[in-house]
Ligand binder design. Structure first.
Ligand SMILES: [Zn+2]
Length: 333
């Protein structure tokens, strides 16, 4: 309970300040804890006694009671259905936002596990976040912001849920661990908390070696044959395949970030594969933002398909061939 109060306090301070936003990302901790926090913050916004005690919802007024009973008409919860948030759900939501809130001054919208939006849903939400109808406050819950499109992240203010962990983005990251390694230690691959980070790092390094062969050293045939070998090696176990997807996802994420932030000093603190910064900047010029977005979603879909038992080598080839040929060549716009 102590932690929950903390975030409510942080949030009420934000509300009193000039730094308010119409959209917040609640990241970290567990899915259950994140949703609980999102509901608490919504309760704070909807509470009718809030003006007398700004640091917490009263928990007693009719509005708070409706939130607790999950029947408040101005609190909308969008949940994944069969592990996916679809465009219809977001479209239905958006069409209702043009009407004013029913009971109070504000409407709260919680998008639960926002990384489960498919690409159409995410793009529809993005348009709304870019020009939000007034009196609507969004809360997106997510394990880690790397799972969301940078374009969505840039529209939201971030709040962290639960215990502060060592951030992979901390400037004073211990030098003996690379930021990628810190990142790998933090994420869960296929439900396994303790990843063998050395195996993942080896895959990551092979991917960069392949890309360097292809884009820097002009050895295209060698690059492609190494790529097929990597895909084959990653098809031995499902865990290996998930590790390969993770590396590719982070790569696409870094490139999208460069597209969003530009070659800025800030980049140093944001890239996960930061030791490859110069090469990544080079590479980002060869891919379109929309292709990279779409690719990120395809990787998530491959992950789901792998759980249902598709041929891993075939899926790996598909995932890795994105980086060659029509996508990569001469697309410097
Ligand atoms: Zn209340």
């Amino acid at each position: 309970m102590g932690k929950m109060k903390d975030l409510v306090e942080v949030f009420s301070r934000i509300l009193e300040s000039e730094r308010t936003s119409h959209a917040y990302i609640l990241e970290g901790s567990s899915p259950a804890q994140r949703i609980q926090e999102a509901e608490r913050l919504s309760m704070l916004l909807l509470c009718m006694a809030r003006h007398t005690d700004t640091s917490a919802p009263c928990g007693e007024c009719i509005s708070c009671k409706k939130v607790l009973a999950r029947v408040h008409p101005d609190l909308i919860l969008i949940e994944p259905v069969k592990d996916l948030i679809r465009i219809d759900q977001i479209k239905d939501l958006v069409s209702g936002l043009k009407y004013p809130p029913l009971e109070g001054q504000v409407r709260c919208i919680i998008i639960q596990e926002a990384q489960k939006m498919n690409s159409d849903a995410a793009n529809t939400l993005l348009k709304t976040l870019e020009e939000p109808p007034s009196n609507n406050i969004f809360f997106l819950t997510v394990g880690s912001i790397d799972q969301l499109l940078p374009t969505i992240v840039s529209r939201c203010q971030r709040l962290s849920v639960g215990v502060e962990r060592i951030s992979p983005y901390a400037v004073e990251a211990p030098t003996e661990l690379s930021r990628f390694e810190l990142y790998v230690n933090e994420v869960t691959v296929n439900g396994i908390e303790d990843n063998e980070s050395s195996k993942i790092i080896e895959k990551r390094n092979r991917i960069f070696e392949i890309l360097s062969l292809y884009y820097e050293r002009g050895k295209e045939a060698a690059a492609i044959s190494n790529a097929f070998q990597l895909s084959k090696d990653s098809a031995q176990e499902r865990q290996d395949f998930f590790e390969l997807l993770l590396c590719l996802k982070v790569l696409a994420r870094d490139l999208l970030l460069i597209k969003t932030v530009g070659n800025d000093a800030e980049l140093d603190n944001l890239l996960i594969n930061n030791e490859y910064k110069d090469f990544l900047i080079e590479l980002s010029g060869k891919f379109h933002e929309s292709d990279l977005c779409q690719y990120s979603f395809q990787l998530s879909e491959l992950e789901n398909m792998a759980r249902r038992g598709i041929n891993l080598e075939y899926a790996g080839n598909f995932a890795i061939l994105f980086w060659f040929g029509e996508h990569g060549k001469d697309r410097t716009s």
